[in-house]
Design a protein around this ligand. Sequence first.
Ligand SMILES: [Zn+2]
Length: 200
Amino acid sequence: MSIRFDWELTIARPAWADALQSRFREIEAEVATLFGPSNWRVRRVVATNWVNGPDVFRPDESPTEVDIRVSKTVANFPDGKSALFQSAHEFVHALDFVDIGQASVLEEGVAVWFQADWCVRNGLINAQDMRDKWVTSKCYREAWVAVSPLLASYPDAIKQLRVELGKSLSNCDASDLKKVFPGISDETAADLVKKCEYVH
Ligand SMILES: [Zn+2]
């Protein structure tokens, strides 16, 4: 089983694109294992000229299916490294789709944590380059720094939040976070439920 990788760029589809299709399914399965099952079916990943960066998109306002759009910059990197980096992040957003601009710092932090962890663990990008060259936006970095120690201390917290409490990552409040991260301060909990300033 694989997730289709559609190539809608004018640059020719590279040889590595087909090999990524089974990896997308691998990423999706890993996200579900770590954070609980997705409420959306990812229909395909598509490389587009979409200018606003990678995102999760609902084709025809579908109530059940989403596409992951990766940006045209994926064509600049060998072996699909950037396509995997971008899509690993978006598979986390596909768990509980929210409109653009509505993702919380918590959701962005979990997305960045997973994409960084997955890419480093699979040997695509080393940990130092990840920090220095790949995760560069201020909001992403801050969200990553805030979420990483919490996930290290409470590895099942996100699954608990989504499956046991029935909350989505961007629609939980500070009291929900206190249930799954018992050691969290009021200030950190309040910061995590704010909307992230930078969307994707
Ligand atoms: Zn994001």
